[in-house]
Design a protein around this ligand. Structure first.
Ligand SMILES: Nc1ncnc2c1ncn2[C@@H]1O[C@H](COP(=O)(O)OP(=O)(O)OP(=O)(O)O)[C@@H](O)[C@H]1O
Ligand SMILES: [Mg+2]
Length: 483
């Protein structure tokens, strides 16, 4: 959306349609290049020094504005927005985003009010600027690289995740309508909208961040937005080793497992790092293989040349036209894939995925929500039942044990760290039961003074059966690490 139409939207909401319309049409604001926009940021954002032992400081400008003052500043912000719009209407020339900021502070400097301290002026300029050019109060958090997830639980409660830890942020919206306006700005460029008949939406920001929104009456706290930020540089295996999410030996084994075409299920709780790990594992796929990736919202970023990425599609407003993960898995089988990588299995597509793995598409990978490898197996079983095929349980289990070779369990631990807690191989069936064998595990040794978990990884000492398949597929691997 252009800045001029943004202004229009802003002021139609502030009840001043006429001024806004003329502002938007008379003085279109030229959008600055995104780089220039970002470069202008650091000079206006002082970084408060965090107190020792205090929770990490919030770099957002709202940081030091206490509640009462925030309430007092909101009417000034409204007035300032209107005055800026009126001034833009008066000027006939285009202005860039940089000069917009100057214009805002010039207008603000003419106001006389004892509340307008330097700090509050700074906050107001930034707030109006963010409102006009971006996603309002969310902008600070979106641009803050230390924030990995943003959770708006109603207009005055915003949580963020930093370094794996959830913390409350001082950022807030004026009221629920304000959240809804920002939400509209997120979803409308995608041709979507959120309203009573469509109260839940999945969307993506321009930078690829994944957004989910749900509004009242379904969300009792008020409009609720969850943003999983897209990191500009995806984590690599070396990062995960550095973070202590796995060790070198496990990384070597997983690399051999992928090159040796094992079928892998990454299992983990919500937000535990499944997609990140799937991306890291996919990076081990040799460059000469054709990879088809299938996701609800494309998050995987593979570096190989020969990648075909498919994305599912929700139904349109008439409730038709949905293309599911299952449709895409079936279609992928006709695309001559060497590997199929499915972002996450949640339902009937699991059966198609198992069948693909059992019929020559070795080396395929997916993720599922489960807390242990054993749970993952039951979960897959339940999901196969959702396919609508009336298969006896034993047959389903046979399919599962024939399809998956490895389950890699990912977890977000209590201290916020994310780790591979187990690498388990799927051996086969014993009677009615799928047999699993753990190869690596994470052992908790204790907690340090700051409640950080410390522990170590250990190989369980068994020689994995899957090494044979790895070797049959032409990958040599030194198995002495297991003893
Ligand atoms: N090993 C790791 N160490 C530190 N941070 C990680 C690690 N793995 C993932 N993360 C971060 O954790 C967040 C969640 O990761 P990811 O999206 O991979 O989780 P997920 O399990 O796929 O989540 P969901 O269930 O919502 O799909 C991201 O911000 C990601 O950068
Ligand atoms: Mg995920």
């Amino acid at each position: 959306m252009s800045l001029s139409s943004r202004l229009k939207q802003l002021h139609s909401n502030a009840g001043d349609q006429q001024t806004a319309d003329s502002a938007a049409s008379a003085a279109p604001v030229k959008e600055a290049a995104p780089e220039a926009f970002n470069e202008s940021k650091p000079e206006v954002r002082p970084e408060p020094a965090p107190a020792p032992e205090a929770p990490p400081a919030e770099p957002g400008l709202q940081k030091n504005v206490p509640d009462k003052r925030f309430t007092e500043l909101v009417p000034i912000q409204d007035r300032l927005q209107k005055d800026v719009a009126a001034e833009l209407a008066r000027r006939k020339t285009e202005i860039t985003e940089d000069s917009l900021k100057t214009l805002i502070s010039e207008i603000l400097n003419e106001y006389e009010d004892s509340i307008l301290t330097r700090q509050n002026k700074h906050w107001l300029t930034q707030a109006v600027y963010n409102e006009i050019t971006g996603l309002g109060p969310l902008e600070e958090l979106i641009r803050d690289p230390s924030v990995s997830e943003i959770m708006v639980n109603g207009y005055n409660t915003v949580f963020v995740e930093r370094k794996g830890k959830l913390m409350r942020s001082d950022v807030r919206f004026q009221d629920d309508d304000h959240v809804r306006r920002v939400l509209d700005r997120i979803v409308s460029p995608l041709g979507r909208h959120i309203d009573d008949s469509n109260p839940m939406v999945d969307a993506r920001l321009k930078d690829g961040s994944r957004v989910n929104a749900i509004i009242p009456p379904l969300a009792l706290n008020g409009s609720t937005i969850t943003i999983r930020k897209f990191s500009s540089t995806p984590l690599q295996v070396t990062d995960l080793i550095r973070f202590g999410s796995l060790n070198e030996s496990m990384a070597g084994f997983l690399k051999a497992a992928v090159e040796g075409k094992l079928n892998i299920l990454v299992s983990g709780g919500t937000g535990s790092g499944k997609t990140t790990l799937l991306n890291v594992l996919s990076a081990f796929i040799p460059a000469d293989e054709r990879i088809v990736t299938i996701e609800d919202a494309a998050e995987l970023r593979l570096m190989q040349d020969h990648v075909v990425s498919l994305e599912s599609r929700p139904a349109n407003l008439e409730g038709t036209g949905a293309i599911t993960i299952r449709d895409l898995v079936r279609n992928a089988l006709r695309m001559r894939p060497d590997r199929i990588v499915v972002g996450e299995v949640r339902g009937g597509e699991t059966l198609d995925m198992l069948q693909a793995m059992n019929t020559g598409h070795d080396g395929s990978m997916t993720t599922a929500h489960a807390n242990t490898p054993r749970d993952a197996v039951s979960r897959v079983e339940t999901m196969v039942m959702m396919s609508g095929m009336e298969l006896p349980v034993k047959a389903i289990r046979q399919q599962i044990s024939g399809a998956f070779d490895l389950i890699v369990q990912q977890a977000r631990l209590r201290d916020g760290s994310r780790k591979i807690t187990s690498i388990t191989e799927v051996l086969g069936m014993e009677g009615e039961v799928i047999t699993l064998q753990e190869i690596y595990r994470f052992v908790v040794d204790g907690f340090d003074a700051s409640h950080k978990i410390y522990g170590h990884y250990e190989a369980t000492g068994v020689r994995p059966y899957c090494l044979e398949k790895i070797q049959l597929n032409g990958v040599t691997f030194d198995d002495s690490i297991f003893f």
